[in-house]
Design a protein around this ligand. Sequence first.
Ligand code: TXA
Ligand code: MG
Length: 350
Amino acid sequence: MVWHKSRVPETRIVQVADDELKDAVTDACALLRAGEVVALPTETVYGLAADALNPTAVAKIFAAKERPSFDPLIVHIASRGDLKSVAIVPDDIADAVNKLTNAFWPGPLTLILPKHPDVPDLVTSGLATVAVRQSAHPVFRAVNKELGRPIAAPSANRFGRISPTSASAVMKELGDRIPLIVDGGACSEGVESTIISIEPRDGKKPIFRLHRAGPVTKEQLQEFGKVEKVREVQLDAPMAPGQLASHYAPLTPLILLENIADFTPEEGKKYGLLSYTGDDDSPYVTLHEWDAIESLSPGSGKLAEAAIRLFFVMRELDEAGLDAIIAEPVSETGLGVAIMDRLRRAAVRP
Ligand code: TXA
Ligand code: MG
């Protein structure tokens, strides 16, 4: 295990090599048991973890992130058998829950279910429902299992900012605020989990309400039910910042340029391009003399690669001293839906 002192002396980063997983897990669990928060890698983004059944520990998540308490957290469980300890699965959706968890857990699918009374109200912001998932990341899974308790973990960024997909990004977001970051390398999905709630239908496949687009796509979910948007009334109920118009935002204004003709650069200003492929002959690349170009999927244009690189590339451009970031849209199919959702929320309103 490599220990290195970070920029900020209070925060340790511990890097996990395959054969040293155990030490990092022991370390993280000791802090979690003491009611502390720890940043852990998941397959989607890095999470800021606390013991989900300890409200004092959970309060530290909200404090470190400066997150408003009306925004509920996702609870992570170590095994499917643990689901009943945090949620109540109604009979009329039990079959759907079984099929979904069989197909997608461990993995980037979060289910909104009626909450178990043991889950503190602070975790769910007083809602009657709880968001649950089982992470597929070996480090997160090992900590969750060793701790023997559910883990509340939102993305490890300050409220409203870009989600971290590496330990160094967590360091930039929360470095002076938390005692430990477990470095498990870059996240393999790159965008946050898909969030759904389930509505039963007599004699028909259930309806899945899509609360947040993510790595598990609409196309994948359709095998098990009908995918529909969240109804307006449901949207007001939890003020869910993942769904707030402005979120995942860099400090540099980001403009999502859906129509190339809309770009009117101002004299003397520095513009960077967040390109899909970065190809020399792409109309976005040739549109302007960019001060910086970053590509989501260099050369080939693959949505999975674009998702993995999205927050990393946003962060790079945010740190490039630009006046504005111009983002090229990607096609809204499969993972492209989650990517465009994040770009729209990161973008400044016209
Ligand atoms: O991939 C992920 O889901 C990551 C990793 C760390 O697991 N976590 C994550 O958490 O993205 P966070 O807090 O950044 O986003 C959780 C979203 C928020 O938009 C929150 O409002 C919503 O889940 N949420 C949580 N509980 C909910 C509930 N009971 N009903 C509706 N939305 C809920
Ligand atoms: Mg988040």
